[in-house]
Design a protein around this ligand. Structure first.
Ligand SMILES: [Zn+2]
Ligand SMILES: [Zn+2]
Length: 265
């Protein structure tokens, strides 16, 4: 049984790139040491790989009762995991004690990340001085010119909590992975896949009033974000930014748009 866990660690770490028959004892020893090391420290792999590895490790080494842990369960999560590793998988109790606590923490942090982030909104807003992290529009009231209203749509900017790295690619609920975006930037960011070039072509020659709002939002978010949320003229980083064509006669295309602050329009 110990053997199969060692091999499992190896597979989790290195995928199926190596035929399992080729794994010798030294590889197995290396794999299990590395697996435990990875769970305990952040060496060797990048943040996303470590996170993914930890989740896979937890899914493979914890019983269903610990993965879907009910708060009403009288046993602590790590004890359920430890008992499973010792009784079902045949591990030595002394060896798995720390491992089961680490696995418990991985599952706890996964649960926490699925939880709500709404309570962090006020802190984030204060940190960002009540402005959108991308276009810096103020949630405390901004005087619009007619042109800006056309770009932003008729709505007042509403603050939304955004995961900088999306939850779908293992972004966490840590405050440093969260920011406030206005409703326009938030919808423009979407899943972060950028602007569809077919749509860009379709509307490149249209009047701005004829361009669907969703496409305008995507272009708006993209152009400001790829300008590092700085005004292309004055370099300002605090003032509300909007987008303007570089060449007036050119198209509504990313390459012909730049971020400009309200003062420089
Ligand atoms: Zn914004
Ligand atoms: Zn400016």
């Amino acid at each position: 049984m110990q053997d199969s866990i060692d091999i499992l660690f190896y597979r989790l770490l290195f995928g199926d790139r190596k035929d399992l028959k080729e794994i010798d004892d030294r590889d197995k020893e290396h794999a299990i040491k590395k697996a435990i090391d990875v769970v305990g420290s952040e060496a060797q792999l990048n943040k996303k790989e470590i996170y993914e590895f930890r989740l896979r490790l937890a899914m493979h080494l914890c019983p269903a009762e610990a993965i879907d842990y009910k708060k009403t369960n009288p046993l602590p999560r790590h004890e359920i995991i430890r008992d499973y590793l010792t009784n079902e998988l045949g591990y030595d109790r002394n060896i798995v004690d720390r491992l089961s606590r680490d696995l418990h923490n991985i599952l706890d942090s996964w649960d926490a990340q699925r939880g709500t982030v709404a309570h962090q909104k006020d802190t984030l807003l204060t940190d960002q001085e009540y402005r959108c992290a991308n276009c810096h529009i103020s949630f405390r009231g901004t005087k619009f010119t007619g042109d800006c209203i056309r770009e932003l749509g008729p709505d007042k900017p509403i603050p939304h909590i955004d995961h900088i790295e999306p939850v779908s690619s293992f972004g966490t609920n840590d405050p440093d992975n969260l920011q406030i975006l206005c409703s326009f930037c938030n919808r423009g960011k979407g899943r972060g896949l950028g602007v569809d070039v077919k749509k860009e072509m379709k509307y490149a020659a249209s009047n701005i009033t004829d361009i669907p709002e969703k496409h305008r939002m995507e272009v708006y978010y993209y152009v400001i974000n790829s300008n590092d949320s700085e005004c292309a003229i004055c370099g300002g980083k605090d003032c509300f930014l909007t987008i303007r064509k570089v060449q007036d006669g050119g198209g509504f295309a990313r390459s012909n748009l730049e971020a400009i602050c309200l003062d420089c329009i």
